[in-house]
Ligand binder design. Sequence first.
Ligand SMILES: [Zn+2]
Length: 259
Amino acid sequence: MTRTRASQRKQKVDGKRFTSSKEKKPQIEHVNVNQTTTELPKGLAHKVLQQRCTNGKKKSKQRETLMGLKKDCDVASSNLKFVGAHCSIAGGVSNAVTEAAAMGAKAFGLFVRNGRTWKLNPLNEEEAGKFKVACKEHGYPPHLILPHGSYLLNCGSSNPDVLQKSRDTLVHELKICESLGLILYNFHPGSACGDGSVDNCIQTIADSINMAHKKTKTIKTVIENMSCQGSTVGGKLEELRAIIDKWKPPKSKSEIPNS
Ligand SMILES: [Zn+2]
């Protein structure tokens, strides 16, 4: 849960506040380990533990806590919910990480490029490096970061021009995610606007996903449920089911996304 800044200032880690000038990670100051550890990002919890275990006091008790916390950290890959926000990439993708950390987010979302244009600029390598370093430093493992696809995408479009641009953009954004070391990518499945039927739209969306998976190696695509507004597809569970049923596992083992 996001806490207010005032209440965050009162939080201490195990009764001690980490105020080293080297530590510019506000979320460490905000975390009360005794209150709950399962909410901590995996990397962050380990970081807190390292600091607790190097202060030379109450070592055996700390070792016990270490074991308990490690267990809790392993829960990061379970069904627990990690609350965060969609963060801005203004100035570079790495800024989303620092913004998330500054607000004490346990997870975060971001666009991986300017999603308002079809223009597909290559990813700035230096920024990609800074993003990966920042994720490590602030304790955000890839499964707690969910990029959001461009709102321009309609991977179920019956218009060949829109469909081609959507598929090119989908693959481009997935490749950016791979370069950023990410493993998930969320997008709006598509819309049956114009003369398209819902069934055709669902088939086209599934074809787009299968095509994109063939051209990439490690990213899992996440289809977002919609609000049944207009001709959008994915507002009904059976529509999401139909898309998933048409998913074809990549043939080559090396193409199978991490499970
Ligand atoms: Zn969305």
